[in-house]
Design a protein around this ligand. Structure first.
Ligand code: ADP
Length: 191
């Protein structure tokens, strides 16, 4: 199964992706993680990306497509994948569709985790204290939320129009949210 996970920064996307990976035995492809590894490795791409990430902006579509294309060409994705953090704008959604059609592996399910903006701000403040991510400072987070609303929220409609979208409420405990996700995937695989 090929799943795209959607949700605002701090929606719990990464946490739920990790649980889904265990549950379905599929690889987790997180563009945030791919970028943070590139930054940590000090590659040319990583150096270019770091400044953009720390400003809370989106890395260019061109760099992202290169990164995702390389990752999706690896052997471990042949049975499916959980894609987390991509696509983040309509242009990326279209590029992904073209790429996956070419690989004959279209998206089966887009899953949106819905959360309240206030709750997200609280969660990110907690994460900032714990993990010290350089893009979790208050100003950067505000900017990331703005970019999400302007550029990423339309991706939800993009998948809705294709009949691929399901939404789950991201509030409650991690386990409660995960149960909702499993319910949605069960419906999709039964239909
Ligand atoms: P979050 O889900 O909390 O926003 P991520 O770990 O997914 O965080 O991403 C961190 C940062 O990496 C983003 O704010 C952005 O700068 C960059 N990034 C990740 N995925 C993409 C993408 N698909 N396109 C452009 N930039 C991206």
């Amino acid at each position: 199964m090929r799943i795209v996970l959607l949700g605002a920064p701090g929606s719990g996307k990464g946490t739920q992706a990790a649980l889904l990976v265990q549950h379905l035995g599929l690889p987790h492809i997180s563009t945030g993680e791919l970028l943070r590894s590139a930054v940590a490795a000090g590659s040319a791409l990583g150096m270019r990306a770091k400044a953009v990430i720390d400003r809370g902006e989106l890395v260019s579509n061109e760099i992202m497509l290169g990164l995702i294309e390389e990752r999706l060409s690896q052997d471990d994705v042949s049975d499916g994948f959980i894609l987390d953090g991509y696509p983040r704008n309509i242009s990326q959604a279209e590029a992904l569709e073209t790429l996956l059609n070419r690989l004959d592996q279209p998206v089966d399910e887009a899953l949106q985790i819905d959360v309240d903006v206030e709750m997200v701000a609280m969660r990110i403040a907690k994460r900032a204290a714990k993990e010290g991510r350089s893009d979790d400072s208050e100003n950067t987070v505000r900017h990331r939320m703005k970019i999400y609303a302007e550029q990423t929220a339309p991706v939800v409609d993009y998948y809705a129009q294709k009949g691929l979208l399901s939404r789950v409420l991201g509030e409650g405990t991690i386990e409660e949210v995960f149960q909702r996700i499993k319910g949605v995937l069960q419906i999709r695989s039964d239909s």
